[in-house]
Design a protein around this ligand. Structure first.
Ligand SMILES: NC(=O)c1ccc[n+]([C@@H]2O[C@H](COP(=O)([O-])OP(=O)(O)OC[C@H]3O[C@@H](n4cnc5c(N)ncnc54)[C@H](OP(=O)(O)O)[C@@H]3O)[C@@H](O)[C@H]2O)c1
Length: 250
């Protein structure tokens, strides 16, 4: 896909991976729709990239539908949708409140599915839909049971949609990050304290997202070696579980 002039919607563009993605797409000449919650951050980003800002809280499904309607009304056709907005939560599952579970599911799973559903009719014939999932959704992580579950659900949704759209010209991709140096950990209320794997800069994930949009790539791990534990888990799950229990499982 030619990025210059392409209409690209980036959710969660006000921070971290989304902001880095928007900056790279802006440099490539894309026409951006910048979503997030923080209007001031979005306005500051738009000052560097150009584009339309659409603040909305994706814990509310109605707000997701409103964003889709506004994008369709303003542009008619969308060339790419990057579903990136997300939140984490860490701690024992038994300590989660019903509201915390609800919001994790709403923001990380319901919102990207609803936004994709609502924008699919406006997607150009060669359009792209990219999802930022997580290694947690591929392996499971102690202390992140619901987060892992919703990311696994998003992964599975993306894979199914890719099959469904095969032959249409539209392509679906997932970017599967490991640990990324963003505000994600501070916001979820528990900093990242492990010594390995080391966090990667958000620009590295953004580069993979932009490749997924430009080339229609189906799947990218960031960093690439993360495919190894996923493959081990698939081939020898008993060995994987033993190693995960020994080295922390998270
Ligand atoms: N950081 C990691 O290690 C890591 C690893 C794997 C996957 N991921 C995934 O990468 C994606 C981006 O995360 P990040 O690391 O860049 O974190 P981040 O810096 O905290 O950015 C999260 C983005 O999502 C938006 N967002 C959060 N809650 C929202 C809500 N209720 N409604 C609308 N927007 C909301 C935020 O908007 P505001 O700032 O305006 O509130 C922000 O733009 C997420 O899906 C996350 O699950 C991150």
């Amino acid at each position: 896909m030619e990025l210059r002039g392409a209409v690209v919607v980036v959710t969660g563009a006000s921070s971290g991976i989304g902001a880095a993605t928007a900056l790279e797409l802006g440099r490539a000449g894309a026409k951006l729709v910048l979503h997030g919650r923080d209007p001031a951050r979005l306005a500051s980003l738009a000052g560097r990239t150009g584009g339309l800002t659409l603040p909305a809280d994706f814990a509310d499904t109605e707000a997701v539908s409103r964003v889709a309607a506004e994008v369709t009304e303003r542009f008619g056709t969308v060339d790419a949708l990057v579903n990136n907005a997300g939140i984490g939560w860490a701690g024992a599952f038994s300590e989660m409140t019903r509201e915390q579970v609800r919001d994790l599911i709403a923001v990380n799973l319901t919102a990207p599915i609803e936004l994709t559903r609502a924008l699919l009719p406006a997607l150009s014939p060669q359009g792209r839909v990219v999802f930022v999932t997580s290694i947690a959704g591929r392996t499971g992580v102690a202390g992140e049971a619901v987060y892992s579950a919703v990311k696994a659900g998003l992964d599975s949704f993306a894979e199914s949609l890719r099959f469904e759209l095969a032959g249409t010209g539209m392509k679906v991709g997932v970017v599967v990050p490991g640990v990324v140096d963003t505000e994600f950990f501070a916001r979820r209320g528990r900093p990242y304290e492990r010594r390995s794997p080391r966090p990667v800069p958000p620009e590295r994930v953004a580069a993979a997202v932009v490749r997924a949009v430009r080339d229609g790539r189906a799947e990218s791990y960031v960093p690439r070696w993360l495919r190894v534990p996923v493959a081990v888990r698939g081939l020898v799950p008993g060995l994987y579980r033993g190693l995960a229990a020994r080295f922390g499982g998270s």
